[in-house]
Structures are given as structure tokens and as C-alpha cells.
Design a binder for this molecule. Structure first.
Ligand code: THG
Length: 391
């Protein structure tokens, strides 16, 4: 009746979590009986690119736990489902009898099965709620503060085992407008796998946080894989790359596909991190072709990160880093169909650490041009972005 599964997801969020398995059919069963199931069945029927089933109870049980709904009553509600084109498979759950099944079969016999709708390709993520990104989406804010290498405060809280206050950091990012949260527990002195699992499991119990998709950020595959086993929704792996060779890259991509996660792909290969426009484009293109043609990875679930490096370091070669990133974003948008782009925005201003007004101004100007060039999302301090026109 809340419109959610027992573990808290809405219908579309649930579908987004399981769609990667390419099930023959997805369905709703049991619950509060056929009439109460209708809105969710309608939603599933509209969103699912596979067959849809319904196996409702014979209404609600009476005070003795028995079901009073007659076969003709259940069948009447289900006939309307078939008439509306919601169903490919139908049956009954608690309280239904051979008499109910017979009446349902007769009621639906004259109707055509549901037509599977054509669902437009888009990056369809979820936490407890769905989150869709397509070419018409506005810039997506990914909260950066739940990162022990990116926040001294968050690092201290995790080191001190103060997960209560660490959860507050995640909640603050979501409340400040983060539509996804990036979680990073990479630190030499810490069991980062254990910290990742502990934190993700705690987040799962906080619906105000877990309503958004999660980006699992680690340079260690075992931390990422442990994280993937914790999250209920469809999240994002941050990141995979050709850093350790093509074989590892393919291996990790296949696992991400199997777990049903989107991926951030860093512009990184065996020779190192791409630091020129040409290298960024070349590595993204090569990664794209391997993922789409060899792995069969859905291109709409690929998010390229062509590396945001710090500018104004005093080293001449660094001065064009921001422009190179921005041009790579335009290339990804124009040449790599359905692929998205992302970057760690706060990296660009590292040379101005300690001077937040300047850093925030740089982020705002950088984003103005990057978004114009097609940047889909950025890892940012949610709620801390200066308005360009006000600088
Ligand atoms: N690409 C991808 N993932 C990434 C990055 C990237 N993850 C990590 C990082 N880069 C993005 N996240 C941050 C988080 C914080 C900061 C920068 C990037 C940051 N923090 C302040 C500092 O260090 O000065 C915080 C100081 C404090 O409060 O302690 O700048 O590029 N795919």
C-alpha cells in the first residue's frame, strides 16, 4: 500500500535493479489483492521491456486469516488488467483456489497479451527510487564528501568508527542536492573493504539517503565487488580502466554487467593516465569499442571520465588541462553514442587549497563550459556551487 517493495523500492526502481538480468518475465504477486495491485502493475507494464505477470491474492484476509473474495470478484478485476493490456502471464497467490484460476482463465481468454513497449535507451539507475539520465537531462550532481581521501572530517569519523556522524555527511549531501553519492574508503591505514561494507549496509537502513543511487569509488577491485554485493539499487562502479591491461578491463566490465551496475571508465591505459586531448579521446574511443563490441556492455551505462587535473600548478604543461577535459567531453557526446561523461570537479582547483571562494569560482566557470560541452555529471561538494552570474 506504500507503493514500495518490502525492502523499500518503488516499482520502477526495482525494475531498474533487475533489468540487467534480462528476465523472461517480471511480476508482482501476493500483496493486498488484485485491486490494490493495479497502479503498480500499470507502472511495471509501462516500464518493463520484458513480459509482465501478476499473481495477486484473493483480496485481503478476514479476521480469521481466510479469504472471502469470490472467484468471480477476483476475475472481474483481472479481466480489466487484461483489457488494459497490462498482462502477459497471470495467476493467483494466497487465498486463490482452482475455482479462482478457472474464473481468471475464462475472463482473460478473449484479450490479446500485453505488447512489450519500446523503452528509449537511457542510463536507468536506482536507489529506493529510480534515477534516469538521458541526453535531455540537466547536469547531475554526485556528492563528493563521503570520501575519506577527499574530506578530513569524513576520514576522522570513519577512523574513529563514528558511523552515526558519517551517515550525517551522506544525508547532508543528499539534502544539499546530490542526486547520487560517491563513497570512497581508500586509505592505507584502514580495512577499506570492511569500512565500505559497514557504511553501505548502514546506508541501506536510511531511506533518506538510500533513495539515491550509489557510486562505489575505489581503486581496489575487491572493495568495489564487496560494495556491489551490498547495494540494492542499480549503482555506478567508480572506476574501471585499461590501466592493468585489456584483459583485466574486460574481466571487470563483465562483472559490472553481471552485477547490473553502470561504470565510470577512466581515460587510463597501460601507458598511464591520459593528459592530452588526443590521448583522452583515443583511450575513450578504444575503451568504448571494447566494451560495446567485445563485452556487449550497454553503451548507455558507460560514463567516461577523461581526467580532471589541477590547473595553475606553476607547471606550463598543466595550463591546458581544463580545456583538454572539456574538449574530450564534447567528443564523448558527439562520437560515442549513448555514453555519458563525468569528472571529479574539485580536482581542477587543487592549487588553491585553503582558498574556498577562489576554488568555488573556478568550479563554477569550469562547469559552465564543461556542461555546455556535454558533461553529464560531476563529483562535487553538493550545495557548494557558486552561481556563475554572481561571481
Ligand atoms: N574521477 C573519478 N572519481 C574521483 C575523482 C575523479 N573520486 C575522487 C575525486 N576525484 C573526487 N572527489 C573529491 C573529493 C574532495 C575533493 C576533491 C575531489 C577536495 N577536497 C578538499 C581538499 O582536499 O582540499 C577537502 C578538504 C577537507 O574538507 O578536508 O578537494 O577525478 N572518477
Amino acid at each position: 500500500a506504500s507503493g514500495r517493495t518490502l525492502s523499500g523500492q518503488t516499482t520502477e526502481a526495482f525494475w531498474n535493479s533487475v533489468a540487467h538480468a534480462k528476465p523472461i518475465s517480471v511480476g508482482l504477486n501476493c500483496a493486498l489483492g488484485a485491486s490494490e495491485l493495479r497502479p503498480y502493475l500499470e507502472e511495471l507494464s509501462n516500464k518493463a521491456s520484458t513480459h509482465v505477470s501478476a499473481h495477486p491474492n484473493a483480496g485481503l484476509p478476514n479476521e480469521f486469516g481466510e479469504y472471502d473474495e469470490l472467484p468471480s470478484q477476483t476475475a472481474k478485476v483481472i479481466e480489466e488488467f487484461a483489457q488494459s493490456g497490462f498482462l502477459n502471464i497471470v495467476g493467483g497467490c494466497c487465498g486463490t483456489t482452482p475455482g479462482h484460476i478457472e474464473a481468471i482463465a475464462k475472463a482473460v481468454a478473449g484479450y490479446a497479451p500485453r505488447q512489450i513497449p519500446d523503452i528509449p535507451k537511457a542510463c536507468r539507475l536506482s536507489g529506493l527510487e529510480p534515477f534516469t539520465i538521458d541526453r535531455s537531462s540537466l547536469f547531475v550532481n554526485v556528492g563528493e564528501r563521503t570520501n575519506i581521501t577527499g574530506s578530513a572530517k569524513f576520514a576522522r569519523l570513519i577512523r574513529e568508527d563514528n558511523y552515526t556522524d558519517a551517515l550525517e555527511v551522506a544525508l547532508q549531501q543528499v539534502e544539499a542536492g546530490a542526486q547520487i553519492i560517491d563513497i570512497n574508503m581508500d586509505e592505507g591505514m584502514l580495512d577499506s573493504k570492511k569500512a565500505m561494507v559497514t557504511f553501505l549496509n548502514l546506508i541501506a537502513g536510511e531511506p533518506d539517503i538510500s533513495r539515491v543511487p550509489i557510486m562505489i569509488d575505489s581503486s581496489k577491485w575487491e572493495v568495489i565487488e564487496a560494495g556491489l554485493k551490498c547495494i540494492q539499487g542499480k549503482g555506478i562502479v567508480n572506476s574501471i580502466s585499461m590501466k592493468e591491461g585489456v584483459e583485466q578491463f574486460i574481466h571487470h566490465a563483465k562483472l559490472c554487467k553481471r552485477y547490473g551496475a553502470a561504470v565510470v571508465v577512466m581515460a587510463f591505459d597501460e601507458a598511464g593516465q591520459a593528459d592530452t586531448e588526443a590521448r583522452k579521446k583515443e583511450i575513450c574511443k578504444r575503451s568504448y569499442d571494447i566494451l560495446v563490441n567485445e563485452v556487449g556492455f550497454p553503451p548507455e551505462d558507460i560514463i567516461f571520465d577523461p581526467n580532471i587535473f589541477a590547473v595553475a600548478t606553476g607547471i606550463e604543461e598543466h595550463n591546458n588541462y581544463a580545456v583538454d577535459f572539456i574538449n574530450a567531453c564534447a567528443y564523448i557526446r558527439d562520437e560515442l553514442p549513448y555514453a555519458l561523461s563525468s569528472g571529479g570537479v574539485s580536482n581542477v582547483s587543487f592549487s588553491f587549497r585553503g582558498n574556498n571562494p577562489v576554488r568555488e569560482a573556478i568550479h563554477s566557470v569550469f562547469l559552465l563550459y564543461a556542461i555546455r560541452a556535454g558533461l553529464t555529471m560531476g563529483i562535487v561538494n553538493a550545495g557548494q556551487l557558486e552561481i556563475y552570474d554572481q561571481i
